[in-house]
Ligand binder design. Sequence first.
Ligand code: BGC
Length: 519
Amino acid sequence: MAGGVVMNHGGGKDYPGKLTMFVLFACIVAATGGLIFGYDIGISGGVTSMNPFLMKFFPAVYRKEQEAEKNQSNQYCKFDSPLLTMFTSSLYLAALVASFFASTVTRVAGRKWSMFGGGVTFLVGAALNGTAKNVLMLILGRVLLGIGVGFANQSVPLYLSEMAPARLRGMLNIGFQLMITIGILCANLINYGTAKIKGGWGWRLSLALAAVPAAIIAVGALFLPDTPNSLVDRGHTDSAKRMLRRVRGTDDVEEEYRDLVAASEESKLVTHPWRNILQRRYRPQLTMAIAIPFFQQLTGINVIMFYAPVLFKTLGFADDASLMSAVITGLVNVFATFVSIVTVDRLGRRKLFLQGGTQMLACQIVVGSLIGAKFGFSGVANIPKGYAAFVVLFICAYVAGFAWSWGPLGWLVPSEIFPLEIRSAGQSITVSVNMLFTFIIAQAFLPMLCHFKFILFFFFGAWVVVMTLFIAFFLPETKNVPIEEMVLVWKAHWYWRRFIRDEDVHVGADVEMPSKLAN
Ligand code: BGC
């Protein structure tokens, strides 16, 4: 075992150092980057269920909705409009493309400038949306919001994972997801309030208030220090060492610094991260960068996040009650996230994934059956209040399961598994895949609800089975492992070890690999 380096129970080394106020504060500020993403997720569903908004921009949808109400016709199909879903999902396409540009900014200029750029672009988008006169302005504004989200989601998780001491990395990184959920909740609450505004301009306020989280991250980013990893990588070795001492709150940072330098030297050999990431030795990380965000979206969570008010209206709730139910799921989402904050570095990532997956599956089966039993395939029914409340209860349990598993871990795990040389590129892939499938689901949900009806819940349930098995077999535990030593975890894994040759393993100090790492 290398001098001064202690292997801890989770595998990997424990560097000296404590959680300093400096790091905690930096991580809180950076995590606010999640607010813009969350605000956006939460705002669109509510706005698209406001009648004045529909009447102004999507009159055909409005008429169809009114008719369905009058004739008690097929509930599953009343909101099906491609233009309306385009409004919701245009953002995700923009974010998808933007995250590739963000990759270069994040690597070359440092993580904080990507966050700053994200905040500013989002701010402009919010202004355009709040003052929109036509659908074009509306969609253009959303494209700018999307660019903002692309930049923030690319840089914030990396920033957090690099700043945090290894044994608290999960907790600090989940600050990002916590801010996402707070953003969603605030948006839900704001919609609840603005929907009541008499003049019919409440939707404007909802959209314009996106400027608040945007300003928070833009200004916050200006004050953030760069991560030691990024400083070393950009050749600022002296400031990197100074920063490392400052963030760890000790002068005893030699071991960790050596790991950073080793990682950076490795990184210097790589001039084309995009081509490099395709090499065989990065196969495990690349697989996770694609599979994790893909699966996260295939849980079906955004059906609830985007369309909760619409879904609840479908269940026969009145306008007000629908928005209120969205507030309830939003609250559950925030509070359940704390469960993962507290447990992720102790129980580990795998246990949360497996438990959360099982809970979601059970709830999906119940919700699908409850809706199926009442609406059948015709989609015509009047659901009694108590029955609908029961459905909402299981939807909440489903959201809770997501909020302590796939929600936070869907961002945490990809951000902590890449070696420095391909970290930024890898994160872009994660963001893009996430956005692509968020887009596809946002676009496809209403038509799918119209055609598959309650079977849709079983469809997502089946995916949850697949992803839970995937985690069980293919995801090694990464808790407490220093980020620049992650290669040891793959090297010890029963399946992934075959992709990594001995000479691919470079870490700063010699470490013995504990047998516990193998799984
Ligand atoms: C996901 C979003 C989702 C949110 C819900 C995030 O981790 O990426 O798509 O809406 O969690 O809290």
